[in-house]
Write a protein that binds this ligand. Sequence first.
Ligand code: ADP
Ligand code: MG
Length: 263
Amino acid sequence: MTTSPAPSPVAAARAIDLRKTYGRGDSEVRALDGVSLDVEAGRFTAIMGPSGSGKSTLMHCLAALDSPTSGQVIIGETDLSKLRDKALTALRRDQIGFVFQAFNLVPTLTARENILLPLSLAGRRPDAEWFDTVVDTVGLRDRLGHRPSEMSGGQQQRVACARALASRPSIVFADEPTGNLDSTSGAEVLNFLRRSVSEFGQTIAMVTHDAVAASYCDRVVFLADGRIVDELRAPDRETILARMSALQAAAIASASPAPGSAV
Ligand code: ADP
Ligand code: MG
């Protein structure tokens, strides 16, 4: 009997040679310059890199909020470039959750209404058991009747996380979800995201600047100048910080003239 090699993890989302350019000629910016990435199913992936390295652009292309200049994005088995607007909207609604840095809750709606809004808009009935599970995991049971202005930043972001998970999407994207939070509130949000991966098998990809936030993840992918330049598995804070410093040093070295070169 032959033993087959260990199966490679299934990708919940794939980027294949993704390129995105803004502007033309002298003002052309290559926000993504050939990114290929498998976002593994049932794992928590962090995307890190300096400001302007293309993290948000990558996340928006993967989440079907923006379209690449070239290359492919595959969500599950679906190639997004093959979809027309209507099908793209349906896929975004049914299969993708998004958490923004600025929460983006509707101020006039209660927490419960905010969480259920995407389902209401889609004309779908919420799964009551799943709703209860999500609400209890984020610890919002006693806040469901509150409006965003009556909640702390951490509570508002937990509502936004619950909203992203309410439809049981195949993948959740989070762009700096703890960027506007103090460290205690940030830890609450990160604990929830971690639990939704470990306990419910959710797939999450999160952009972050913060080595502590990234240390909650299973894998960290580093971007620089629109390219993937490094990655870590089962990262801890110290290893992430060391890797970030090394990348920063490399960037400074490549940007400054070599010693002795003419100025
Ligand atoms: P990050 O999230 O890592 O800070 P972004 O993905 O936002 O980086 O941006 C990557 C690059 O693309 C930057 O140089 C940025 O200035 C540029 N960029 C992003 N969005 C636009 C846009 N709408 N128009 C022109 N340039 C853009
Ligand atoms: Mg960004």
